[in-house]
Design a protein. Structure first.
Length: 717
């Protein structure tokens, strides 16, 4: 079988021809030259052309072709490849001045060797972002051995399992500030890794302060209090603290839980669990105290891990006794996680961001928890997937040894409501909370109110694929005055060429008009708002707050008049108009329709309130027309991006009158995304009168293009 030739053997004439063509034309060329398809394809060409950056200012793209790339490889400083095989092109070249390398595709064996060769030839690398896993164990070992030699490295992203991550943490250079590990890093937490590549459109070419939370200017003194308060293992009396499983009363537990090192705390918890398994009542007392609940829980494993099948039989991690004379760990008990050697616990690192999208069992948590003591400067923490009991211990370890953590990110596939409430209860200075699981994530009132009431410092709330009640959404927007970013719906970059309008990856909560206008929002500093609104003005109105939790047929329904609807819509506009500093608005307006059960049998099988509501395109109301009250939004003078979700009536924005209003009041607008063409009297566009279409449809867009030449308009298709 004929093999593709090396890149150096590709004829120069083909390189020169392709250097003058666009990607679409290159595709036709590749169809002819099938033997070079793997090494020379439009996919590889386009992404390399778009993604890599140069400090060499005379040219910023690959218009000179692959030969020119090889000749100027020494000028490349930042390189991002969607296809790892492109690393083969630079193999043996003079690309030895890279400061940033990113690979966005899974690496085959040959490409992995080329990538690792690039890493080893560039010891000055500052950012190394591998979004896909290294398939072979040999490549993973080579990566772990190469990282300590990169003394300028600041950011690392790699998809590894816990054994590899542990080795990486043990050998991480002091210069590293952000470490992200796990399969969902690229999809869910890219903001931690890329300062300039965030989802949000830039503001005059600069990033806002709140979007760069991993700045380390004030991190130097963050660990002083930790060192003063920490207690050495040798100072703890084993008999006094019950290392042999003695019982504790409530007062002792409350005092020790706030003062002892984590290894003693975990040991104490497991001692109580042993007693609970043997029929003692000690376990229930301790579980009551650790959970902060006054109810009479049994303290059993089934109660602690209720709703978590993956961790049903999982025990809370423990630390066995250590012999301080020789630093050898004592032997572990039968059926329990092994003991931890704390001999290297004096190490300190400079990590400010640690993101672990990993499943950690008790054995893994036993190894991971003491490592947090090495990173007192930690500010951003991506919570691993673990049992509720282990997450509770993790929260206490963070409070004691990482007091500066003010940003939590969660991508877990667990019962998030319980875990979220436990994790955030100790973080009184929380500024960011980000939740984006691969499946639906439900937040009930307790966790939502914990966010709203206890975290007045909240600046950023990102929840993707999260279900929340309407009044809980309103509580956060009402009670958090320092909120800068609130996202509760899928968001995609309007600058992305392959952008699809209204793509929904998971169900999200929605804020009803009725709840939205009850109380004024205090988050007047808000800059980014992504939300779904449910237009309940045309169907039902809840007569009282208690009706929301009642079955559909038992609710008190009040039909609104046309005047009532118009007044409600104007109040919604006025609520949005309070956000004077808003820069990005992503909004979907849906019509809420109550679905009643057809038969008694169907009524008995109803799964819940969420399934009784169907969201349909909004037929009237908030349609962004001057008639409905668009003029109230003239206070949004800083608006740069307006994105309208699918099913939202936005045809009014294509009219000439609304277009003139946009050009007059939203002068900084850069992206108008998801607008739809007008439809006259319910007639489809292709069936509408040709003369009317010609005179009216292009008028708004034409005016905006002339008045605002930099405005990008993406029409819904």
């Amino acid at each position: 079988m004929y093999k593709s030739p090396p890149i150096y053997e590709i004829p120069l004439i083909l390189q020169l021809i392709c250097s003058t063509l666009y990607a679409k034309d290159i595709a036709n060329c590749v169809l002819v030259c099938k033997t070079w398809r793997d090494l020379f394809s439009p996919y590889m060409w386009r992404n390399l052309d778009d993604q890599y950056e140069l400090d060499f200012k005379e040219w910023t793209s690959l218009e000179g072709g692959l030969e020119r790339l090889l000749l100027n490889a020494q000028h490349i400083r930042k390189l991002a490849l969607f296809d790892s095989r492109l690393a083969l092109i630079l193999q043996g070249s003079r690309a030895t001045h890279l400061t940033r390398l990113r690979i966005r595709e899974q690496m085959p064996r040959m490409a992995a060797n080329a990538v690792m060769a690039l890493v080893e030839r560039n010891p000055q690398l500052e950012e190394l972002l591998l979004d896909q896993p290294l398939n072979a164990e040999r490549d993973e070992t080579r990566f772990i051995q190469a990282v300590p030699k990169l003394h300028r490295l600041k950011k690392i992203s790699v998809d590894m399992l816990w054994p590899g991550v542990k080795k990486l943490l043990d050998n991480i250079p002091d210069s590293v500030e952000v470490l992200a590990c796990g399969p969902y890093v690229v999809d869910y937490d890219q903001e931690w890794l890329e300062d300039q590549d965030d989802h949000d459109p830039p503001v005059d070419g600069e990033q806002d302060d709140f979007d760069g939370h991993h700045d380390d200017s004030d991190d130097g003194d963050s660990g002083e209090d930790d060192d003063e308060d920490s207690m050495d293992d040798s100072e703890m009396d084993d008999d006094e603290y019950g290392s042999d499983g003695e019982a504790f009363d409530d007062d002792e537990i409350e005092e020790l839980a706030n003062s002892m090192p984590p290894e003693q705390l975990i040991q104490m918890m497991n001692g109580a669990l042993d007693e609970a398994e043997s029929g003692s009542e000690v376990g229930s007392d301790e579980d009551d105290d650790m959970s902060g609940d006054d109810s009479d829980d049994s303290g059993s494993d089934s109660d602690m891990y209720d709703g978590e099948l993956a961790f049903k039989d999982e025990k809370v991690v423990e630390y066995k006794d250590t012999d301080d004379s020789n630093n050898k760990p004592a032997s572990g008990g039968k059926g329990r996680p092994g003991p931890l050697d704390m001999s290297d616990d004096t190490k300190r690192g400079n990590l400010t961001g640690l993101y672990l999208d990993l499943v950690l069992g008790s054995d893994d948590m036993l190894q991971f928890l003491p490592m947090l003591r090495r990173f007192p400067n930690l500010q951003h923490f991506g919570v691993p997937h673990a049992s509720d009991g282990n997450l509770e211990v993790l929260s206490r370890v963070l409070r004691r040894h990482c007091p500066n953590v003010d940003s939590l990110s969660l991508t877990q596939r667990w019962n998030g409501d319980v875990a979220l409430e436990r994790l955030v209860q100790d973080r009184r200075q929380l500024k960011q909370i980000k939740i984006r699981p691969p499946t639906s994530f439900v937040i009930h009132t307790n966790a939502a109110m914990a966010l709203a009431e206890h975290f007045m410092h909240l600046e950023r709330v990102d929840m993707f694929g999260v279900r929340m009640a309407s009044d809980d959404i309103q509580s956060i927007l009402t009670l958090c005055p320092n909120l800068l970013s609130f996202r509760l719906s899928p968001y995609s970059d309007p600058k992305e060429p392959e952008h699809t309008f209204g793509s929904v990856v998971a169900p999200s909560g929605s804020l009803s008009f009725f709840n939205m206008v009850l109380t004024p929002w205090k988050c007047t500093k808000l800059k980014f708002l992504s939300i779904r609104l449910s237009d309940d003005t045309g169907s039902v109105k809840f007569a009282s707050k208690e009706d929301e939790g009642m079955p559909v047929k038992e609710r008190k329904v009040v039909e609104l008049t046309d005047q009532d609807r118009q007044e409600m819509v104007e109040k919604v506009y006025r609520q949005l108009s309070r956000l004077h500093e808003l820069e990005m608005l992503e909004i979907g307006v849906f019509h809420e329709e109550v679905m009643e059960a057809a038969t008694e049998e169907d009524e008995e099988e109803e799964a819940g309130f969420d399934e009784e509501i169907q969201f349909l395109p909004s037929e009237s109301g908030l349609d962004f027309s001057l008639k409905s009250g668009l003029d109230h939004l003239k206070t949004l003078k800083n608006l740069q991006c307006l994105r309208l979700l699918v099913n939202t009536d936005s045809s009014a924005l294509s009219q000439l009158g609304e277009a003139k209003w946009v050009a007059q009041h939203w002068k900084r607008l850069q992206y108008l995304d998801g607008v739809s063409a007008p439809v006259w009297n319910g007639i489809e566009e292709e069936e509408a009168d040709a003369t009317k279409k010609k005179s009216e449809e292009p008028a708004g867009y034409e005016y905006l293009k002339n008045k605002m030449p930099d405005l990008v308009i993406r029409e819904r298709v």
